[in-house]
Design a protein around this ligand. Structure first.
Ligand code: PGA
Ligand code: ZN
Length: 431
């Protein structure tokens, strides 16, 4: 029998993401006729250590076009992987990485390579006639991730309303994924109503579907969120806790951090002190990027202080890169890793980070990007890799709800076999 899972045809096209910016979409067909598609996301608060997406430059789409990346899929990557067994993901990804030849995949484009990588996994799953999460899972029952849901946005996602990028909730007391989503809906609605009572414009949504009100300080955003949790009738801390993505890389200024919303400049110690004060006042369970992506000393201080009882989540710090994660493990920095497949550029690269993180006792949070699409493969990755947590933005806008809806369906389909990761999924150093 000829190999039904041999890659037979690879097609790509330029699509639009949720910000209306061009992105790469791809379809892979295998010899047996099964097909997989994938559309890749794109960040705004991109770190320096991420894999590089290829953009055309020039006038078209103000330089953001991806025709070159599309052409690289069809003329270079496609022919190179023709005949390759779609089930051999690691081999496929290694071939594409070699073909690119640069550490950050900037020659052919991480957007081009990731599109082929994920579309191929989808085609292999379709050929096996199983859902993607089942194809990706070695065995075991589906593990539904604890969601981290954006309620109030700032930073690069909300026109710089406040400096801190994301104020999120973690429904730590929920007993199922569906209940976690319903609680989050209550908090989002209650927070919007508190905001409008205070005369804040709360109808405008930020890039990830959260509220982006203009506020006098970062602390005011926390206070607003805490009021929303209380208004929703949910117990702060016991039922619904708070997570913050400081995204501090965005406001690094030399050796300092510039809080533009408050017109203040602090050093790393000052920033950590500020976060400690917030923590004393609000039920915070997770801090993402509390200092900048290259501030390893600041990260070490934060970890010495908090790693045993607070999730310390590295996004720009690790950039879904195995070598950076190894350095973090060596230094005892952080206790959780944000996993964004497009920071890595291949499915295998992102998976390797999840596996190594779990080995080292680090938690993992699979994450969408601020520029995302209606595609829902991320939800299957979270379940199949048993990531434990997922971060997708807020509960409005279809590129966000696509992932939540996919998880709601997976939970329903699994019935009694569905296991919800719950609060135990959060990172903590256990020594
Ligand atoms: P980005 O934001 O996609 O704009 O990088 C998401 C995050 O920082 O977690
Ligand atoms: Zn982040």
């Amino acid at each position: 029998m000829s190999n039904a899972t041999a890659i037979d045809r690879v097609m790509a096209w330029e699509a639009l993401d949720s910000r209306g910016t061009p992105t790469v979409a791809c379809e892979v067909r295998v010899a047996g006729g099964a097909v997989g598609t994938a559309t890749v996301p794109s960040g705004a608060s991109t770190g320096a250590h991420e894999a590089r997406e290829l953009r055309d430059g020039g006038e078209r789409y103000a330089g953001r076009g991806v025709q070159q990346a599309v052409s690289n899929v069809e003329r270079i990557l496609g022919p190179a992987v023709h005949g390759h067994d779609a089930r051999d993901q690691a081999g496929l990804d290694a071939t594409m990485r070699q073909l690119d030849g640069t550490p950050n995949l900037g020659r052919l484009g991480a957007n081009a390579i990731l599109a082929v990588s994920i579309a191929t996994a989808r085609a292999a799953a379709a050929a096996a006639n199983v859902p993607l999460h089942r194809y990706l899972a070695a065995d075991g029952d589906p593990l539904l991730p604890m969601p981290m849901i954006n309620i109030v946005s700032g930073g690069a996602h909300a026109g710089g309303a406040v400096d801190v990028q994301d104020f999120l909730i973690v429904p730590v007391g929920a007993e199922s994924f569906a209940q976690a989503i319903e609680w989050a809906w209550r908090v989002r609605r209650a927070t919007a109503s508190v905001a409008s009572e205070r005369g804040l414009i709360a109808v405008l949504v930020a890039d990830e579907g959260g509220l982006g009100p203009s506020l006098p300080s970062n602390r005011a955003a926390l206070e607003l969120l805490a009021s929303g949790i209380a208004r929703a009738g949910l117990q702060p801390g016991a039922e619904v806790a708070i997570a913050i993505d400081v995204a501090a890389t965005q406001f690094v200024q030399g050796n300092h951090y510039h809080l533009a919303a408050e017109d203040r400049t602090v050093d790393a110690a000052g920033l950590l002190e500020e976060l400690a004060e917030w923590r004393a006042s609000y039920p915070i369970v997770s801090l993402e990027d509390p200092v900048g992506e290259d501030d390893w000393d600041g990260w070490r201080d934060a970890s010495t202080r908090w790693a045993t009882d607070l999730q310390l989540l590295g996004d720009d710090l690790f950039a879904t890169d195995l070598q950076r994660l190894e350095r973090g493990i060596d230094m005892g920095v952080a206790n959780a890793v944000l996993v964004k497949p497009n920071q890595s550029g291949t499915l295998s690269g992102a998976k390797a980070v999840v596996i190594r993180a779990h080995e080292a006792g680090y938690a993992t949070v699979v994450s969408a990007r601020s520029g995302d699409t209606e595609d829902d493969w991320l939800a299957d990755l979270a379940v199949g890799w048993r990531a434990g947590q997922i971060k997708v933005g807020s509960l409005t806008r279809s590129e966000r709800t696509a992932k939540w809806n996919r998880l709601l369906r997976i939970e329903k389909e699994a019935g009694g076999r569905a296991v919800f990761a719950g609060r135990a999924a959060l990172g903590r150093r256990r020594t």
